[in-house]
Design a protein around this ligand. Structure first.
Ligand SMILES: [Zn+2]
Ligand SMILES: [Zn+2]
Length: 369
């Protein structure tokens, strides 16, 4: 037997005169794997050894014992290679990731694209060379991260970024890393006004929620006073427009503000930022880090005595002006529900404030505006 010829397979050829060393390829599902078989001088396959390329080794993970057993027990090399092929087909089916180990061109293209883009922009790359994180700085000096997930087929790049708007735009692109990065910078520029508006809010007010706003957070809950706050949802596409607003706090504190908001809405000026407009429309000064401590707004819940409960903050406030105790929605709901004096109707529970015994209500579902 000079070579092991198999249907659709390249071959294994003996490398020495004794025919104890065979080298070649095995083809499974259009992929070639290099392998080498060392046969014992005595003939037969007992004691034979198989050397695989790393891709093959990777693919055969967990099947080593089967392969080893087949190698020792097969009648001849042809039979063994056929069996190995069957095992590999099973491995490839059960391991979709392995099926897509990219060709060498994938890596060379990745490297050349990174060279064009500049290695200094690379923040992270995973061990599979599939996920990259690239840094980008917008013209205002803000730092952003672009996550690129590469598909093994070199022509398909799939990108995602923390902003939905950006996701849609970039998801459609098929381009080089450099082009992708440029597109990303353009999108960042288109959002720069949105971030200007939010940066102004963040640096001049006390933000109660989110705890640490990220660039993709469009919502801010801004402290107005003790247990009074406003939740605004800024539209990234129209950041200077009147945002969706929701006033939170005890009725006696919130009602006059709500009235002002409704009465002064026409004063909203698109040339100034959201913060200035809110000031003018609500006729208030927002407490700022320069003038107040945050602790004066982050009063803990009167039931669990903590401020943060999972991601919730105490936003249910007793309406009795002399009490004004804040509670977490979930805490107050559980508390009232457990009392026989409470009454439940649709999605509301009516009961008494645990602090001042004045009537208090809570929604069963999380607070919606
Ligand atoms: Zn609580
Ligand atoms: Zn109360």
């Amino acid at each position: 037997m000079d070579s092991v010829l198999l249907r659709d397979n390249p071959l294994l050829v003996p490398l020495n005169r004794d025919k104890t060393l065979y080298d070649g390829f095995i083809t499974v599902q259009d992929r070639d794997f290099r392998l080498r078989v060392l046969l014992p001088a005595a003939g037969g396959l007992k004691g034979a050894r198989l050397h695989c390329c790393w891709q093959l080794k990777h693919l055969l993970q967990g099947y080593e014992h089967v392969v080893k057993q087949r190698l020792q027990q097969s009648a001849d090399l042809v039979t063994f290679v056929l069996e190995l092929k069957t095992v590999l087909e099973v491995c490839l089916k059960s391991c979709p990731e392995c099926r897509s180990i990219p060709p060498p061109q994938y890596y060379s293209r990745l490297i050349s694209e990174m060279e064009t883009l500049g290695w200094s922009r690379l923040l992270f790359i995973d061990t599979e060379f599939r996920t990259l994180r690239l840094k980008a700085e917008d013209s205002s000096g803000r730092q952003h991260v672009l996550t690129v997930k590469l598909k093994p087929k070199v022509t398909h790049t799939h990108t995602h970024c923390h902003l939905t708007a950006v996701l849609l735009l970039l998801g459609l692109l098929q381009s080089t890393l450099d082009q992708l990065h440029r597109q990303f910078l353009l999108i960042l520029e288109s959002l720069s006004e949105f971030w200007d508006v939010l940066d102004q809010i963040d640096s001049n007010t006390w933000i109660l929620e989110p705890e640490k706003p990220s660039r993709s957070d469009t919502m801010r809950r801004i402290a107005i006073g003790t247990n009074v706050s406003i939740k605004v949802e800024v539209d990234p596409k129209h950041p200077r427009m009147l945002p969706e607003c929701c006033l939170l706090g005890a009725e006696h504190a919130v009602t006059p503000l709500r009235n002002k908001l409704n009465a002064n809405m026409h004063l909203w000026n698109l040339d100034s930022g959201v913060l200035h407009n809110l000031r003018d429309v609500l006729e208030i000064e927002f407490p700022s880090p320069a003038t107040h401590e945050k602790s004066s707004f982050s009063t803990e819940c009167g039931i669990c005595y903590s401020y943060r409960l999972e991601s919730a903050v105490p936003d249910q406030v007793c309406n009795e002006p002399r009490c004004g105790q804040p509670f977490h929605q979930a805490c107050l709901y559980e508390w009232l529900r457990a009392l026989p004096s409470s009454r439940q109707s649709f999605y509301m529970v009516f009961g008494e404030c645990p602090y001042c015994s004045k009537p208090i209500t809570v929604k069963m579902a999380p607070q919606q505006c």
